[in-house]
Ligand binder design. Sequence first.
Ligand code: MN
Ligand code: MN
Length: 461
Amino acid sequence: MERTTAWNLYNKTELRKLEAVSKEYRAFLDAGKTERECVTGAIARAKEAGYRDLKEIIKSNGKLKAGDRVYADCMGKAIMLFIVGKQPMEQGFNIIGAHIDSPRMDLKQNPLYEDSGLAYLDTHYYGGIKKYQWVTIPLALHGVVAKKDGTLVNIVIGEDENDPVVGISDLLIHLSADQMQKKASVAIEGEELNVIIGGMPLKDEEKEPVKANMLKILKEKYDIEEEDFLSAEIEVVPAGKCREMGLDRSMIIGYGHDDRVCAFAQIKAMLDVKTTPDSTCCCILADKEEIGSVGATGMHAKYFENTVAELMNLLGDYSELKLRRALTNAHMLSCDVSAGFDPNFAGVFEKKNSAFLGNGVCFNKYTGARGKSGSNDANAEYMAKLRKLMDDAKVRYQTAELGKVDAGGGGTIAYICAEYGMEVIDSGVAVLSMHAPWEIISKADLYEAFKAYRAFLLNAK
Ligand code: MN
Ligand code: MN
C-alpha cells in the first residue's frame, strides 16, 4: 500500500516535459491572480487552439458536430470548454472541474479613507484565511471598475517591477505584549485588514489631502471617481511572481495554487486532446468555491446544466430527458488541491492516509468534516475504474484524507455535481500552507495531475 515518490520514474525526456509544463504553469499563475484574469487567460489559450465562442454559435443559429471545440464563459468569472465527442451526449461525457477563485481580500464598496496622514482601502476578506498571514507583505490590487457609462476599467497595480505595491501594517513587537497573548484567530482581526495606499498630501488641499491625492492619481491613471468604487470588484492579493523553490527547483511557491494548479492542469489536458474523442470532453473552471460555490458564477448555479443543454441543442440532440441522462451518465474528476503532509505539523495528519509532495496526483474518495459530513464519498466501483485507468496511463497517484479524523476538514465542488447522479471523485495536487499568501506545490504532482486529467478525458467511460 505504500506510495513512493514520482521523481524516480522520470527519465531525461520526461523531466524535460515536466519542466515545460511547470514553466507554462508559472506563466499562467502569474497572469491569473483573479477569477476574471484566469477566464481571460483560458479564453486566449482556447481560441488559439481553435475553440469557438458558444454564444456566437447560438446567435448565428449555427450547428455543432463531433470534433468541434467550443467555450462558454459565465459573466467573465467562470468558464467551460467542450470538445464534442463521437458518441451522443446522452450516453454520458467526461468532465474535469476546478475552481479559479482563491482566498484574498476584497475592497469594500466604500473603501477609501484617510487616517493620521495615511490613505487606506478598507477590505472584507474572501474565503478562509489566517488573517495574521496577510500583514507586512507586499500586496497588489487586481480587478475591475464598472463605470456608469458602461465601460469596464481593468486595474492591476503592484505586479510590474516598476509598479508600487500596497500593504497592511502589523503592530511592532515592542508594543505587542497584549497582542501576543491573543489567540491566532484574533491576533489580527478582519476590520484591521486595512491596506495602506498612500501618504503624500495634495498641496493646498485642506480636507483629507492624502485621500484627495489618491483620488487625483486614480482619476489621472484610470479616469475613475470615488463613487465608481460602488461598482467595482478589486481584489487585494500578494504582489509578485511565483518562484521555483528548493535548491533542486522541485517545487513552486506561489499565490493561488488552490485551485489554479488544477485549473491549469485541466486546460493543458483539454488542449492536449488533439483528436476527436469518443465521449465529449468538458472542462469547468468555476468561481466562488472558496465561499461555498454560491452566486451566479458558483457551481451551485445553473450555468453548467444550461450550457450542456445548449450544446446538446446545437448538436440536434436535445430533450429534457436526454439532458438528464447525459448528466447522470457523466464521469467527473473534481479537481481540487489536497493537504500535503507537513512534518512540521505531523500531529494533524494520519500518515497512511496523507498526500505527500512529489508522490503524484492525489485522489480523495471523500472530504468533509466530523464524520465525513458534507463530503461526496465517491463509489468504490468508480475508484476501481480510475485505478485501472491511471495505471494503464502510467500516472503516479496517491490517495489521502484531508488530515486526521476530527482534525478539521474541507470541501470542493464534487458533492454539487454528484447531485445529478454522475460518478465523481476529488483528485488534485497536494499543497503546503494552503490558503496562505504563498502556497507550495511539487512540480511532479502538477505534471502527474496533467497526465491524469488527459488520460481521464480520453479514456473514462
Ligand atoms: Mn480548492
Ligand atoms: Mn480552498
